[in-house]
Write a protein that binds this ligand. Structure first.
Ligand code: M6R
Length: 615
């Protein structure tokens, strides 16, 4: 998390930095700051809270803002220390000569702080970044050279970082370094840019150099030098950026989240395009690099992901096991990386990530790469760190997702997993589900229209949201392939409305959670006609008998059962196996309208960030 921006050239640096930070706000938004350099004069401006607070401060600093052409900036998601102005970046050393912004976590910052304190350094913030600033400054004291100081400092730092540093004595350069945190250098004509992510610089340049882990760079107005971890000069490829400068706009919707929910029919069309032509054609998945012979040898699948992407992976388990007949484990990446995992060349590992920058998932993928497993990455960012680690890259092309709450990217991940499961089945020559698959393919083709039908009439969901917005707790239940939908629905609600919501397999209710049920605990049940329909209905009866308010999300409820529910949202019918793709839209909308009704900051909920680049 956290966003970094840097600029050196002839433009007003403050404008480039603020514009860049506005495109990085998804990475954190608890404070921000910039440093502007004019010769050996450096001015630092910081503000607590959203970026608009920093913009307000800069309004009467026109003098420095219009005359500085070098600068670095940062938007923070707090890891060490409260989200205060003092803890906001940039940070400096005692003599204020070295100025640093940082993304990542310095794991040995306490040890370093003790060593530096013993050397006479004074710390004003609670951050690990300030320790790095003092450390680089200390090395500068020995070398009088910012590049060398950075090279020496990073050797002493454990953990993850993307650094961007300037020094008053070297006013013609920005020095950068990276390890396990994203950093890209935008290449311009008589100007260069640095950023954590492409949207921050795409309006200025379409060419960039991606730094690799361990590299340090010196960025000047007319040159870029990159050094490897042995401090030897090296050459990185200049790449063309895969983006157009798109005006990211809400297109008339009140929030990005609502817009992104409404984009899901097109997202499905995009994912299917070129892969699923008609119900009697085989799935085409050119991105998948394993031969049919190798696919037949796959003994197990392991899916690693976090948050919403993890829930998509859980749906993936159902469909891969059913259709491809391969045992599939799904695990949060953060757990996967701290135990002995069993994987080999006959293991297919699927990393799922909207951002492609989630630190835990990247670590999991790096670990498993050493075991020669084939790695598929399903991501919305084909330019991400994770994408670069893939043996087979499945970009989902959902378009930039701005709202922190993942919606359309989840839909894209789900549909990609359906494509993958059917593809594996077809490549293995499994015939058992032929008729079911023909039907599923036809349903996938028709899915965008059903999504549109659902989204055309959301009044019932709005009314429901208003009715239930004052409840403090919620339980979501489902079984089978919709168990992950219950988890995802609960996650959506808690992350944007801050209402305590938990998802359970409906069969688990009676093993503990039922103790919490009374008239103050609404239970939302997901029911689809299929193998577990009657079972979920029985679980609803159990909840009802404890006087819980009962909300049903279903494609059908028999007239005799309707009275069981206080409220019922009926959705278009799809087969049980595809129903997670429709059910989730109701749950996204419910979470959205509750949060909106409560006046929450829907697109930027507290304490969260869009891209979680720290472990
Ligand atoms: O970028 P990723 O998909 O790897 O991110 C994983 C989670 O951080 C993410 O899904 C998070 O749970 C979302 N805020 C959910 O809406």
């Amino acid at each position: 998390m956290c966003g970094i921006i840097g600029y050196i050239g002839d433009r007003k640096a403050s404008e480039v930095l603020i514009s860049g930070l506005s495109h990085l706000e998804y990475r954190g938004y608890d404070s921000s700051g910039i440093a502007l350099m004019r010769g050996s004069d450096v001015q630092i401006f910081k503000a607590q809270g959203k970026l608009k607070n920093l913009i307000e401060i800069l309004k009467d600093k026109e003098d420095v803002c219009s005359s500085a052409h070098i600068g670095i900036g940062h938007i923070r998601w707090a890891t060490h220390g409260l989200p205060t102005t003092i803890n906001a970046h940039p940070h400096t050393c005692d003599c204020k000569s070295l100025i640093l912004v940082h993304n990542g976590i310095i794991e040995n910052y306490q040890e370093l702080k003790e060593e530096l304190t013993a050397l006479g350094c004074h710390f004003v913030s609670q951050t690990d970044t300030e320790v790095a600033a003092h450390l680089i400054a200390h090395e500068y004291g020995k070398t009088k050279n910012l590049l060398k100081a950075m090279q020496q400092a990073v050797k002493k730092i454990k953990g993850a970082f993307a650094f961007c540093a300037i020094h008053k004595n070297e006013p013609d350069r920005i020095v950068v370094a990276k390890r396990n945190a994203p950093l890209v250098i935008g290449v311009g004509q008589d100007e260069n840019f640095i950023a954590s992510d492409i949207p921050a610089i795409i309006e200025y340049t379409k060419k960039a150099i991606y730094l690799s882990d361990g590299q340090v760079g010196v960025v000047k107005k007319n040159s870029i030098e990159i050094y490897d971890e042995n401090d030897l000069i090296t050459q990185n490829k200049i790449e063309n950026l895969p983006f157009e400068a798109i005006a990211i706009s809400k297109m008339g919707y009140k929030h990005f989240m609502l817009k992104e929910i409404h984009e899901q029919s097109d997202v499905v069309r995009n994912v299917l395009s070129g892969k699923l032509i008609s119900h009697d054609d085989k799935i085409k998945l050119e991105e998948f690099k394993l031969t049919p012979e190798k696919i037949k040898k796959i003994q197990r699948v392991q899916i690693v992901a976090c948050g919403t992407s993890l829930h998509a992976g859980m749906v993936g388990k159902y469909i891969i096991e059913r259709y491809a007949g391969i045992p599939t484990d799904v695990e949060p990446s953060s757990e996967y990386i701290y135990r002995e995992t069993i994987a080999d060349e006959n293991t297919l590992v699927i990393g799922i990530s909207q951002s492609g920058e989630t630190a835990d998932t990247i670590t999991a993928i790096k670990q498993v790469k050493e075991k020669n497993s084939h790695i598929i990455i399903i991501t919305n960012r084909a330019d991400s760190t994770m994408a670069r680690l893939a043996d087979s890259l499945l970009p989902v092309s959902a378009g930039i997702e701005v709202s922190v709450a993942a919606t359309k990217s989840y839909m894209a991940q789900l549909i990609s997993l359906y494509m993958l499961a059917i593809y594996l089945m077809e490549q293995k020559g499994i015939e058992k589900y032929h008729d079911e698959i023909v039907n599923l393919k036809q349903e996938l083709i028709e899915l965008p229209n059903k999504i549109e039908a659902l989204l055309e009439n959301t009044n019932d969901i709005k009314l429901l949201a208003k009715k239930y917005s004052s409840y403090k707790d919620f339980i979501f239940i489902a079984r089978g392939i919709n168990f992950p939908s219950a988890l995802e629905g609960a996650l959506k609600l808690k992350e944007i409305s801050y209402i305590n919501a938990t998802g359970y397999g409906a069969g688990e209710l009676k093993h503990g959670p039922i103790a919490m049920l009374d008239e103050n605990m609404p239970v939302l049940a997901i029911l689809n006609q299929g193998v577990v329909y009657d079972k979920v209905l029985s679980n609803c009866e159990e909840a009802r008998a404890r006087q819980a308010k009962l909300i049903g999300v279903a494609d059908y409820v028999a007239p005799k059962d309707k009275d069981l529910f206080d409220d019922l949202i009926l959705i278009p019918h799809v087969s049980d196996i595809l129903s997670p793709a429709l059910n989730i839209i109701v749950l996204q909308l419910l979470a959205y309208y509750i949060a909106e009704y409560l006046g929450k900051d829907v697109d930027q909920p507290r304490n969260l960030a869009k891209s979680v680049t720290v472990e």
